[in-house]
Write a protein that binds this ligand. Sequence first.
Ligand code: UD1
Length: 417
Amino acid sequence: MTKILIDGNHILSGEIQISGAKNSAVALIPAAILAKSKSVIYNVPEIRDIDYLIKIMELLGCKIDHKDDALYIDSSNVKNVPIPEELSVQMRASYYFMGVLLAKFGRVEISFPGGCNIGARPIDIHIKGFQALGANVEIIKNRYIITADKLVGKKIYLDFPSVGATINLMLAAVGAEGTTIIENAAMEPEIVNVASLLINMGVKINGAGTKTIEIIGNKELDNGVVEVFPDRIESGTYIIIGALLGDNLKIKGIIKEHIEALLMKIKEIGINFKIDKDTITISKCNEIKPTYIKTLVFPGFPTDLQQPMTTLLTQAHGKSTIEETLYENRFKNTYDLNRMGAITNILTLNKLEIIGPRKLKGTNVIATDLRGGASLLIAALIAEGKTEIDNSEYILRGYGDVVNKLKNVGADIEISE
Ligand code: UD1
């Protein structure tokens, strides 16, 4: 078990460099299979999900060279083999092999995907989309077997603008004859990032980043080159840390337009910051105001920053409310936050009240999921005394080099495997 140990309440100053986005990288790597031979992906984050994805890619016959932050992927000898449970459950994003292998081979066999336990997380919208393109989907025990003699482009309306379904259907549509139109598509930046790789390989795509995406199928693809966008959730997490502990803390490599909802919210609650090109400079705020947050799809307030934001609001002067509209089980972090001295009350399944400001005290806590783990990490950084975060492998799934990044700006933080 991995533990992160933190002695809290140290002011942080210096620079933190943001890594490539986890949720882009986990789609871009499988997408490389669509190229006939080579692809290069730059700015790949060093996180555990990527290690497992590389294992799946190698199982499928890809050769991968990992140099610095670049992945050189040779998919010339890719073969279609079933993806076993021990690999598929390691992350949510293993579902992208469905779209990719369906486009490339017209067949995919994969065990159920994993990911954080933050709600039911069905993949019915992905499946309906594959069926609309002409695929047959069977579920045998814990495996999906998806087959298609041929895929044909169609107009698909998504019941919800799901990030995963939008990307998966974009990937599958590459292998379809004719034009696929995805209506009510998700608009998250990760979709634009994946589209840019596909376009670079030779696919015609219009509208990525809007509600309507048009993809013209093309199997003659090669030489994809792409740079992973900076991680907007990692950016937001360090911005929250800066608002609590920064002394002119600089967070470098952000894209402002990707984190606008967070920036507006922290401005509203009294936190000052300066942005110069891709760098934000932020300092501790002693008079944080309470607020109301509702999580929404992009460009709304991201659900993945809801838990880190909860910790910030334990320091606000008054009562804040968070409404979580995407997941039904995303307040599990509040149990340990309360043990550290916070006052949070789950009012209904998707509504949380936070009463502040509260001094937090270090203790032993357990990360129950990736962003919940980040929420506890932030709490440990502001708490008096020592905190030990068990199950910290969750945190390492999404925050590359987190211990060194924080140590370099003055945090007292160690990791023990
Ligand atoms: C992705 C991100 C995750 C983020 C989420 C929302 C990855 C690997 N993960 O997850 O970090 O929290 O976007 O920004 O990119 N839904 C269905 N049926 C489906 C698909 C989704 O009901 O077929 C529901 C989900 O249960 C959830 C909502 O739609 O309530 C949003 O899910 P979705 O956007 O698909 O999230 P993920 O792709 O799982």
